[in-house]
Design a protein around this ligand. Structure first.
Ligand code: URA
Length: 493
């Protein structure tokens, strides 16, 4: 190993395309030995080299030189954001990624905050790679479709086939474990497979599409759902292809429907226009509970905290205020605070809130940008031993808070309001609402505002089987995505 000198060229062969650990340890040794990037070429065992680097002159050494043991190796300086960028960029399929990362690592020793210069060609290139990886990961999260293959030891078993563009398969495994903890699954890609058996994640060799069954019950559900949410009046073919690129269509059960639905779209739009509207208008909220409309949210909550006519029996004393930017484009309205929300004084911080957070992130929504509140502002419960058990608010209690919710909407002025579940939908419309009938539609709402009705995330927590939960969760994410699009669509160009 010590035979090579600093003038040598080095040819480092990594164990696999995703041998990031190998790259890291070689890069560290090379850097500490002072080997400049133009003397190193990186390759991967078994790869047919494209010969992009000229290794003329001395035969290339395959190991970095040892550093002088009399002198301690110089410390390696690397800012956390650059390290994160390199770790992501190394998953890109381009063969030059290891060279690029090593070059940046060397240059970062001399140029502090190199990663902050977006015009630097190396930084620019690595940022491009990282962006492509994030997109590929997002697509894999969204477009993996499991097929049920059986049951064993009381657990359902699923398989999925997916073709990512980059070397991301192992990197996405924790996401699928966290989301589909309760079922056994195997995801096969051409390069690698990942599996979860309820105990451990395993990464194995890749496979082919033929290894994976082509159809199961869940697919019928997907098709029905997709046909239901497909709104012919909102067809934007370019946007649709960018969100759901055509190369994924072949593995998506619902995509089979797209061509025929597009064909029929124009006729369906005409029929929708001709039909009398089945809108859900915001009914008169009735007698206001306060004479003057409040001029700020602070004033609103302050008054409501003191309102003597508010329903109190079976309710916690604590009023849980809405939270989020006061000019949010999207307002989300839940039922009422739960036990955790009541203890912490914040909406959506308990189990349903965590489910909501996950779905929001998957739908591309940042919780910090949203205004979250509840139809009923206090926790209604019954005591059972030490536990406080949630009680559904009755119509009178919902109606009491309607005026206050309307004031919240007026003050925040969101573009779209999302009603989570039947209580919120009733509060906003003044009538009982069948969620299944009205969900996933962008409904016209008062004064240049839209309403989207969907399920409450606590419903997802109650679905006993993983398969059903998977389908419902995906629908919920899809609803949130619809709301995200609707909140942006209405911006002036
Ligand atoms: N459920 C709700 O509807 N609201 C919360 O704040 C928490 C759970």
């Amino acid at each position: 190993m010590a035979a090579a000198t600093l003038d040598s060229n080095y040819r480092i062969s990594l164990a696999s395309e995703v041998d990031v650990d190998g790259w890291r340890s070689h890069a560290r040794a090379l850097l500490q030995a002072g080997v400049p990037p133009d003397r190193v070429t990186w390759t991967v065992a078994g790869r047919t080299d494209s010969g992009q680097l000229d290794l003329s002159g001395a035969a290339a050494a395959s190991e970095p030189p040892e550093h002088n043991i009399d002198r301690p190796p110089p410390p390696i300086r690397i800012a956390k954001p650059l390290l994160a960028l390199i770790n992501t960029g190394l998953l890109h399929r381009n063969e030059d990624r290891f060279d690029l990362a090593y070059r940046l690592l060397c240059r970062a020793q001399l140029v502090p905050r190199l990663h902050d210069n977006p015009a630097d060609p190396d930084v620019l290139q690595l940022n491009r790679y990282a962006k492509a990886i994030r997109r590929d990961i997002h697509k894999m999260h969204a477009f993996v479709r499991f097929r049920k293959i059986g049951e064993g030891k009381g657990r359902e078993q699923f398989v999925a086939w997916f073709e990512p563009d980059h070397h991301i398969t192992a990197a996405v495994a924790p996401f699928f474990r966290n989301r589909f903890t309760g079922m056994d699954w195997l995801i096969v890609t051409p390069e690698a497979s990942i599996a979860w058996d309820g105990q451990a994640l395993a990464v194995g060799p890749g496979g082919s599409k033929e290894d994976v069954p082509q159809e199961d019950m869940v697919e019928a559900e997907w098709r029905t759902y997709y046909a239901h949410i497909f709104n012919p009046a909102r067809v934007k073919i370019a946007a649709m292809k960018s969100e759901m690129p055509m190369k994924y269509w072949k593995n998506l059960p619902e995509a089979e429907l797209i061509p025929s639905m597009l064909d029929r779209a124009a006729a369906r739009v005409d029929a929708m226009v001709a039909q009398p509207k089945d809108n859900l208008p915001l009914a008169d909220p009735g007698v206001p509970s306060a004479a003057e409309p409040p001029s700020s949210l602070d004033q609103l909550y302050h008054r409501l905290e003191r309102a003597s006519d508010a329903p109190r029996q079976n309710f916690s004393d604590r009023l849980v205020r809405g939270a989020g930017p006061q000019d949010a484009r999207i307002m989300i309205i839940g039922e009422q605070p739960g036990d955790q929300e009541d203890r912490q004084g914040q909406p959506f911080v308990g189990p349903a809130g965590q489910m909501l957070d996950r779905a929001l992130a998957e739908a591309g929504l940042d919780r910090q940008q949203l205004f979250l509140t509840n139809a009923v502002k206090r926790f209604k419960y019954r005591q059972s031993g030490k536990q406080r058990i949630h009680e559904t608010p009755n119509v009178g209690e919902i109606n009491y808070y309607r005026w206050w919710v309307e004031q919240e909407i007026r003050l925040v002025a969101p573009r779209i309001v999302i009603a989570l579940g039947a209580t919120a939908a009733r509060c906003l419309t003044g009538q009982p609402v069948k969620i299944a009938r009205h969900r996933s539609e962008i409904l016209p709402f008062a004064a240049d505002r839209s309403l989207l009705i969907t399920i409450h995330p606590s419903y997802l927590l109650r679905i006993p089987d993983e398969q059903g939960r998977q389908v419902e969760y995906a629908k919920f994410v899809r609803d949130l995505e619809l709301a995200r699009h609707a909140s942006v669509d209405r911006d002036p160009a």
